[in-house]
Design a protein around this ligand. Structure first.
Ligand code: ZN
Ligand code: ZN
Length: 196
């Protein structure tokens, strides 16, 4: 194998990165994943947001994508909404029973990958409450850490939009999202919404 390194520009966020693979389009699994999703404005608002639908390959109604940590671990096919959970919240706890922990849709739409529409659960009704979102994830409610603080006018989708627009100006963020200058700067500089 050659050790040649290629300079690439991420198709999703515009970040420059290097790869040993000349056709690598994305700087990260996150960018690779979210480039295949699209906000669906015809869906009802849940947790204040529309569904974020998977637009690529599907099986049995669920999105799917090859997923695995670069560079060495094996990629395997994983359901898209489960990938969303892992990208945003880390590993899915194994859980008990044949199915283990499942990632459930609050919106009942299998294609949706909006992290705020997902929650951990168990296939078994009895265990559902025990393994609910927030209690299994090391005490942290991953679903909407940022939106819970009460003063936020942003949604996670907004933050993702801002973060995927490297040239966005403070003024634009202030106008688009009705934020004060300090709040706009904080989100751009990643001093707030660090979990996104
Ligand atoms: Zn990127
Ligand atoms: Zn949804």
């Amino acid at each position: 194998m050659s050790n040649k390194v290629f300079n690439r520009v991420c198709k999703k966020c515009g970040t420059k990165f290097t790869s040993t693979f000349n056709h690598d389009h994305y700087c990260s699994d996150k960018c690779r994943f979210y480039d295949k999703t699209e906000i669906n404005p015809s869906t009802p608002l849940i947790e204040g947001e529309h569904c974020l639908d998977w637009t690529a390959s599907t099986r049995m109604g669920y999105g799917q994508m090859g997923f695995g940590t670069k560079p060495n671990s094996k990629r395997h096919i994983e359901q898209a909404h489960r990938i969303a959970w892992q990208l945003e919240c880390g590993p899915i706890p194994e859980g008990k029973g044949y199915h283990g922990t499942v990632v459930r849709h609050k919106c009942d739409r299998p294609l949706c990958c909006n992290i705020n529409h997902l929650e951990l659960g168990s296939q078994s009704d009895n265990n559902q409450d025990k393994v609910k979102r927030g209690t299994t994830n090391k005490g942290r409610s991953c679903s909407n850490v940022g939106e819970r603080n009460g003063q936020s006018k942003l949604t996670e989708a907004d933050v993702r939009f801002i973060r995927s627009s490297p040239d966005i100006t403070v003024r634009t963020v202030m106008d688009m999202f009705k934020l004060s200058r300090p709040s706009a700067i904080a989100v751009i500089e990643r001093r707030t919404w660090k979990h996104i």
